[in-house]
Design a binder for this molecule. Structure first.
Ligand code: ADP
Ligand code: MG
Length: 339
């Protein structure tokens, strides 16, 4: 219905470890709006991670399967502006009446309501009315509810009535799948190694990943050639700014976890299994080599370990590299992905 963009669907919302819970909760809500215990459903996560896409997909699904339902998607900014205009034109009653008729209300970026007391008061009343009458409420936020400063406690406590699910930075597999999907939609074929290269190079968020693919396609058509590794490298060089290229601890943990096929949670975790201890030590080794972090803060990023553990890790890896060429090669191979 209103303000829904039909291009956002579940079909083109790639599933991965980074979004599994949020996506399946969204699907449950889309199939049975207002009926599940996921009411409200609050999706949170950083910029470009797919919040708007997911909640729009929910709205489109409800609209497509429940024709009698009034689905409304609105950004919190728009909601606030409508509210202010209603006050100015003395039509507040019409405003609230309208929102109270909605069967599924999608309010995007609720953090925007922060500090706007009057808007929050009105949203509170709308929320209560909708919730009491079994209507579905779906919201997004750029941070977890406990960090939503400037939002009234009574609102925050209601957000907890339902389900809160987060979107994480897309993992490597998800990034590869997103690129493949995007290229497929454009009818473009490129070699897998190029896809992998792009997925490795852009690990911030999906919006940025899409930006790179668009530049790549534009560049390819401009110079009338196929997208190959050389072209991808040229385009990446122009796009990735010095700041993005700076290696940080998250990148290191991600690359090492991909390389050894262990989870980031395990890198930070307590287990002393050999197959985890070694990758963990490699990651610490790179953290010392490639970042300015102190030993203490490196330890902190690995599950709150002591600085002496970090020293031991660096020493161990240095020794192993001297003793064992295959380890030396592995470390060099990992290092090359950072540059
Ligand atoms: P946010 O609202 O969190 O800032 P968006 O929903 O606007 O992020 O997503 C940014 C872009 O990335 C959009 O073009 C969206 O379609 C795309 N996107 C995000 N997540 C996925 C995903 N899992 N699969 C496919 N496309 C995605
Ligand atoms: Mg958004």
């Amino acid at each position: 219905d209103l303000y829904l963009n039909p291009t956002y669907s579940f079909d083109n919302y790639i599933e991965g470890d980074c979004n599994r819970l949020a996506r399946s909760a969204g699907m449950a809500v889309a199939q049975r709006p207002g009926v599940t215990s996921f009411n409200p459903l609050l999706i949170y996560g950083g910029v470009g991670l797919g919040k708007t896409h997911l909640v729009q997909a929910i709205g489109n699904h409800i609209k497509g399967h429940h024709h009698d339902k009034f689905v409304l998607y609105v950004s919190s900014e728009k909601f606030t502006n409508q509210f202010i205009n209603a006050i100015k034109s003395n039509t507040l009653q019409d405003f609230t009446d309208f929102y109270m008729k909605v069967d599924a209300l999608i309010l995007d970026d609720v953090q925007f309501l922060s500090g706007k007391e009057k808007t929050q008061d009105t949203f509170f009343h709308i929320f209560n009315h909708l919730h009491q009458s079994g209507r579905q409420i779906i919201m997004t936020s750029d941070r977890r509810p406990s960090e939503l400063q400037g939002l009234q406690d009574r609102l925050l406590s209601r957000f907890k009535w339902g389900l809160t699910a987060d979107l994480q930075q897309p993992d490597l597999e998800t990034r590869i799948a997103i690129i493949q999907r995007k290229l497929q939609a454009e009818g473009i074929y490129i070699e897998y190694s190029v896809i992998e290269y792009i997925a490795h190079s852009v690990n911030t968020n999906v919006r940025e990943l899409e930006g790179v693919i668009i530049s790549l396609m534009a560049q390819a058509s401009l110079v009338r050639r196929d997208i190959d590794l050389d072209l991808a490298k040229i385009v990446m060089k122009n796009i990735v700014t010095a700041e993005d290229r700076e290696v940080n601890i998250d990148t290191i943990q991600e690359i090492v976890s991909d390389y050894y096929d262990v989870s980031i949670a395990d890198l930070k975790g307590k287990s002393r299994k050999k197959e985890l201890v070694y990758p963990r030590q490699v990651a610490m080794y790179f953290a010392k080599e490639l970042t300015d972090l102190s030993l203490k803060s490196i330890g902190y990023h690995f599950g709150g370990r002591d600085h002496s553990t970090v020293i031991h890790a660096i020493q161990t890896i240095s020794d192993l590299m001297e003793q064992d060429d295959s380890i030396k090669e592995a470390v060099q191979k990992i290092r090359s992905t950072f540059s």
